[in-house]
Design a protein around this ligand. Sequence first.
Ligand code: S3P
Length: 429
Amino acid sequence: MELCKITGLRGKVTVPGDKSISHRSIMFGSIADGTTEVHNFLKGADCLATIRCFRTLGIDIGENDSTVTIHGKGLHGLAAPSDILDVGNSGTTTRLLSGILAGQTFDSKLSGDESLNSRPMKRIIDPLTQMGAHISSILRNGCAPLYITPGRLHGIHYTSPVASAQVKSCVLLAGLYAEGETSVTEPSLSRNHTELMLKEFGADVHTFHALDSTKSTAVIQPCPQLCGQKITVPGDISSAAYFIAAGLIVPDSEILIENVGINQTRAGILKVCEDMGGDITLLNERFEGGEKVADILVKTSALHGITIEGDIIPTLIDEIPIIAVMAAVAEGTTIIKDAAELKVKETDRIETVTDNLKAMGCNASPTADGMIITGGQLKGASIHTLLDHRIAMAFSIAALVAEGNTKILNSKCVDVSYPTFYDTFEQLL
Ligand code: S3P
């Protein structure tokens, strides 16, 4: 994909359904009794991998445009897979599905692409093993492929070293199959879609926050039954983030992004935009299916650098590549700290972001847990996405304010979370 400098992005867009919520709708629908109907499901490669895995586990899942119908078979209705479960590029599929598979009475193997198979799985192997699960890394390197055999699970009180919704959700899902209560305490609250949606399906799950620290604990009881639901997936704030940034940094722009999920555990990007001086307004705020939703209006703004650190990081972890792009054109310096988790995403995003920003002439330096970026004029470059969807989309927006042409290499990788990204973009030209 080749892109160049433009002005005047104007119009109204919607973004596809939330990736995290779409994954969970398939998983919980499959282990619920009855039918689950999901509207505005994200048909990105990651969520399609989740559908593929549950079909291999014997679940009948129908697809019609962006509506998906899951014929759930109950907590104990999954069938032994005839093949290895192919999780593609998806960390969410791998970690959440492992929690469910740990509670089954059959053997299973999960494997993904090269990037997925190099991401850390010890973070789920450890707590699942403490619960009595039999799960191992086949190559003994702490990564997928994973091999899971039946184990008798008991509840644990797990203190996670990282604020990770994938780890938390994995343990809570295994908790559905365990004897006794299971809880997960995390250093600060990560996205809570599992807790919200499991409650809608009828699980006994609740969350409490420590009064004297940022720690948060989710508690689940073993569950006799989940009940199929009707779910409408809100637009993904992580996808909206590219158009929020475009509206703020491309001169003479005004963009309305309709129907975006603004769950507080995901909405750190909105605060950062405001703190950087962005003109951003939430309209028509409402609740749909337990999730907060709004329309987001953005207008071109003069941004300035800020420091981003602490508890807000888990609420914007996937948006750091596009925040870095905003920082690269903002006045002054932006410091991002406490974000070492970026190293274990689809790529090492501290490296991929700073390398590509430097290629565009930006003064950007990696640090052990983040990056330091001083804003200025960007110039066109060849962007090495390393097949990371969020790098492709973030740098497509950077291209719009750079002098000269920018080439996004392997831009097709946007299919992972936003197959129609470039089509949405054209609606604003
Ligand atoms: C996700 C959790 C986050 C996020 C990922 C989706 C989820 O990962 O980066 O894109 O759906 O639970 P971690 O749990 O590893 O932080």
